[in-house]
Design a binder for this molecule. Structure first.
Ligand SMILES: Cc1cc2nc3c(=O)[nH]c(=O)nc-3n(C[C@H](O)[C@H](O)[C@H](O)COP(=O)(O)OP(=O)(O)OC[C@H]3O[C@@H](n4cnc5c(N)ncnc54)[C@H](O)[C@@H]3O)c2cc1C
Length: 357
């Protein structure tokens, strides 16, 4: 019989939710996070504006609604009332009757980071290791030993390692024994959802577009933003857009030039006020080494199948488990997928091991 002690690699939603569930179950863990903050792809401004994920769909994502309710967070519907704008050519803006999406699209008051701050609030601080990249994992008869990057020379031993990172980032970790070629190629074949994307968010004193009967939704073939929505959260009024130009093109513009292009576009669409935000942000996920790999600079053409069942080699048996959102099966890539993958891992680790014959 061995003592269960889990190493969680990655402190995004999957890692933090795993720590929360393990803590509740009384199972020992350490969480290692390469960045100096928790949340991973979940990131909001101090004013609660989301620079990463913002939506969940309770009609089809039961775990997200359950955890939001359980944590006492307040959910509200995405503002969709009013007309949408279409920009077909430079400055050729037309107005279309808005439509409401079939499933109710919900958001979290105060920003999606509330999920992370609330889940992590009760965790033992000495079990959370920020600024700590895991660079190697060795499996032997005693369990799994981890080697940590920069300034950490010691090895740490665990019964299991739960990888709460995008599958493609496993290439940054040296596994001994090495993962088979088949396993590695399956891991690399899974794109990191939204990693190729960037968001522009602009804050205003009030939601002036609503006063004009506009929803804040806009779709443009001109760019730089391809799809724009109302991003207001509580008292904070804002618009956000996804860039339609590639990571390579974004890199060629400097931050200031890119920002100016976004302001000009919002001006063309929503008028002068929109071109003069109180504050604005650009968050480019493709430029983040702990989110996007070289293969994630171009987005996949569609949201493909995220099937990572039985991907890990027999040598590692059940000692190495994928729990990031990309391992979330039918919900792969979404926050719901991260919760599902953790629930599955937890149910397995809690199963009694068969007695040796
Ligand atoms: C712009 C954008 C919009 C999105 N919109 C939505 C949405 O509306 N709804 C939705 O459901 N989903 C959306 N998503 C997807 C959602 O963000 C992800 O599904 C979810 O946040 C992933 O959580 P995760 O914990 O699996 O991975 P991540 O959040 O990527 O966390 C992985 C963590 O591991 C760390 N890490 C990586 N390598 C190592 C290492 N070797 N050692 C230690 N730490 C390491 C990273 O720093 C990171 O913190 C969006 C994503 C983006 C970028």
């Amino acid at each position: 019989m061995y003592k269960k002690k889990i190493a969680i690699v990655g402190g995004g939603l999957a890692g933090v939710y795993a720590a929360y569930r393990l803590d509740q179950a009384g199972i020992e863990f350490d969480l290692f996070e390469a960045r100096n903050r928790l949340g991973g792809r979940i990131l909001s401004t101090e004013t609660g504006l989301d620079l990463g994920p913002t939506w969940f769909w309770p009609d089809v994502q039961p775990r997200m609604s359950e955890i939001v309710t359980q944590l006492g967070l307040v959910a509200f519907a995405q503002h969709e009332y009013g007309d949408a704008l279409l920009e077909r050519g430079f400055g050729q803006v037309s107005r279309r009757q808005g439509y409401r999406s079939g499933n109710t699209t919900m958001r979290i008051e105060g920003g999606t980071t509330r999920l992370i701050s609330t889940l992590s609030a009760s965790l033992p601080a000495n079990r959370i290791h920020l600024g700590t990249e895991v660079v190697a994992a060795n499996l032997d008869e005693n369990g799994v030993a981890l080697r940590l990057g920069a300034n950490h020379s010691e090895l740490h031993s665990y019964s299991h390692i739960w990888l709460a990172i995008p599958p493609r980032l496993t290439q940054r970790i040296a596994f001994d024994p090495a993962l088979s070629e088949h396993c590695v190629s399956r891991l690399y074949s899974v794109p990191t959802w939204m990693a190729a994307h960037a968001k522009y968010v602009a804050r205003y004193s009030h939601p002036f577009w609503r006063e004009q009967g506009l929803s804040g939704d806009a779709f443009s073939s001109t760019g730089p933003l391809g799809e724009i929505h109302d991003a207001s959260n509580g008292e904070t009024s804002a618009l956000f857009g996804f860039f339609a130009i590639s990571a390579l093109q974004r890199g060629r513009f400097g931050d200031a030039e890119l920002r100016n292009h976004c302001r000009e576009q919002l001006n063309r669409l929503f008028g002068d006020e929109a071109g003069n935000p109180l504050e604005d942000w650009i968050q480019d996920w493709a430029a983040e080494q702990f989110t996007a790999s070289a293969d994630d600079q171009t987005p996949p053409r569609w949201h493909g199948l995220y099937d990572l069942t039985n991907v890990i080699d027999n040598t590692w048996d059940d000692r190495l488990v994928l729990i990031g959102s990309e391992a979330g099966g039918e919900y792969g890539g979404y926050m719901e997928g991260a919760l599902l993958a953790v629930d599955v891992a937890l149910s397995r680790v809690q199963e009694p091991r068969p007695a040796p014959i």
